[in-house]
Design a protein around this ligand. Structure first.
Ligand code: ZN
Length: 166
């Protein structure tokens, strides 16, 4: 662990990017993989993606950092990111300069991002009823974010039980 921290300080400074976004202070460590999945970024993405997992952080202990070249803020679903990594900082980079910094926040409600897994839910029976969930936060940690279906009242874990609408 100590060696890790020393290494982080000395040499783990990832290249600056020219254009794109940086998402910093992603916790818990390892969540960056889920973020990439939610952003639908995989090996077919045509630009460089830098992923730092389990980096030591003075404030957070351990965190992840993502740098994605040539992606625009408008390409991102901030609601989805807020559900997944509230508290993380989204930094927009243009020509090596920070032009905007946004702290991601958990939304109160979310609509259209997920399908309700409840078997007898009205959203399953009627396609024109769009699934909508109340976001339940506890302890302010991202790990404990759950969604309650406003139609059938069932409670589900974000990203564990829910299927994303593609
Ligand atoms: Zn439901």
């Amino acid at each position: 662990m100590e060696n890790d921290e020393l290494a982080d300080k000395k040499q783990l400074i990832v290249n600056k990017i020219d254009n794109g976004i940086v998402i910093d202070h992603i916790t818990p460590a390892g969540t960056a993989f889920l973020v990439l999945q939610a952003l639908k970024i995989d090996n077919h993405y045509p630009h460089s993606v830098f992923v730092a997992i389990n980096v030591s952080s003075k404030r957070l202990g351990r965190k992840d950092v993502l740098k994605i070249r040539n992606i625009k803020e408008s390409d991102l679903n901030l609601e989805m990111l807020g559900l997944l990594i509230a508290g993380s900082n989204l930094v927009v980079i243009e020509d090596y300069k920070i032009i905007r910094k946004v702290r991601l926040e958990t939304p109160e409600f979310t609509r259209g991002l997920f399908q309700c897994p409840g078997h007898s839910c009205i959203t399953k029976l009627h396609e024109d009823v769009e699934p909508e969930f109340k976001v339940i936060k506890s302890n302010g940690t991202n790990e404990s974010v759950k969604l309650r279906c406003i139609y059938c009242d069932k409670i589900f874990d974000v990203f564990q039980t829910l299927t994303m609408v593609s």
